[in-house]
Design a protein around this ligand. Structure first.
Ligand code: 1HE
Length: 259
């Protein structure tokens, strides 16, 4: 039997999903795709936040090119659609996903982290879309999701030239929300995971789903959807608790700890 190339560990209310193929710089092989999809498909009900990271010196070197020397068009289409399923499994797993990044964040790996909700990079992180230099193209949702972060114009230039953005540059472009010293991304991710795990489940669910969907709607449809989403949360018992705690005790309430 092959060794697992994705590790999944549960630490209290936080799950840690780790790409575990460091000798190949966590390149995305078929086996890794299968295990990654499975890892994000279900979590124990005690889990309230997920951390996504990589073993070794690099987060991910992108698609395993050794598996993609030749494809038929239909096969390549299905492969890309499979990539989209995985990216959507990350984005819509129903829990906040926090990526902890270091070293290479390349190609398909870059596409996957564009689906995560909080991104933390250490100073060694760098970002690259070398597809243009290899005669290929992105296929893991990058044209939609990376371009929403850095804009289609910047993504086009990144792909045409194959340039690398270092951690500082990536941070200024919005690729990371937090930039931390070398080796500290996982620690920061654990701290933030504990914090967001303490939010009301229903609030988190709406943040993870409604904002992304509403941003794709015409304004008036979006505003109506926002009102309905707000009504769902504002009329929950969690809203009563959260607002009362603030008004009476002047504090943020930890919903997870109160269970
Ligand atoms: C790989 C891959 C890979 C490493 N597929 N085997 N991605 C790329 O074009 C990035 C290619 N990789 C690199 O630029 C570098 O490997 C790194 C900057 C990430 C790391 O460099 P380094 O010096 O630490 O490692 P290395 O010596 O280059 O690689 C170590 C091993 O990993 C080596 O194998 P070995 O058997 O000779 O030890 C490499 O061949 C192997 N390796 N990267 C296969 N990507 C959904 S569509 C998205 C399309 C894309 O993602 S395109 C981007 C592809």
């Amino acid at each position: 039997m092959n060794e697992a190339v994705v590790r999944k560990e549960i630490r209290g209310s936080v799950a840690i999903v780790t790409l575990n193929r460091p000798t190949k710089r966590n390149a995305l092989s078929k086996q890794l795709f299968i295990e990654l999809k499975a890892a994000f498909s279900s979590f124990p009900s005690s889990v309230r936040a997920v951390i996504f990271t990589g073993e070794g010196k690099h987060f991910c070197a992108g698609l395993d090119l050794s598996e993609h020397r030749h494809h038929e068009p239909f096969e390549a289409t299905l492969y890309s659609r499979w990539g989209h399923e995985i990216v959507n499994a990350i984005r819509y797993c129903g829990l906040p996903v926090i990526s902890a990044l270091h070293g290479a964040v390349i190609g398909g790996g870059f596409e996957m982290i564009s689906a995560t909700h909080i991104r933390i990079a250490d100073e060694t992180a760098f970002y690259q879309l070398p597809e243009g230099r290899r005669g290929i193209f992105v296929g893991g949702g990058g044209t939609v999701f990376i371009s929403r972060i850095i804009g289609p114009d910047r993504m086009t230039e990144m792909m045409l030239t194959g340039r690398k953005f270092d951690a500082q540059e990536g941070h200024h472009l919005g690729l990371s929300h937090y930039l931390v010293p070398e080796g500290q991304a996982l620690e920061k991710a654990l701290e933030l995971a504990e914090q967001v795990a303490g939010n009301a489940v229903i609030s988190n669910y709406l943040m993870l789903n409604a904002i992304g969907h509403i941003s794709q709607m015409p304004a008036e449809t979006g505003l109506f959807t926002e009102a309905v989403a707000q009504a769902l949360v504002m009329t929950s018992s969690d809203a009563v608790t959260g607002i009362d705690e603030f008004l009476v005790k002047k504090q943020d309430f930890n919903f997870k700890a109160a269970e």
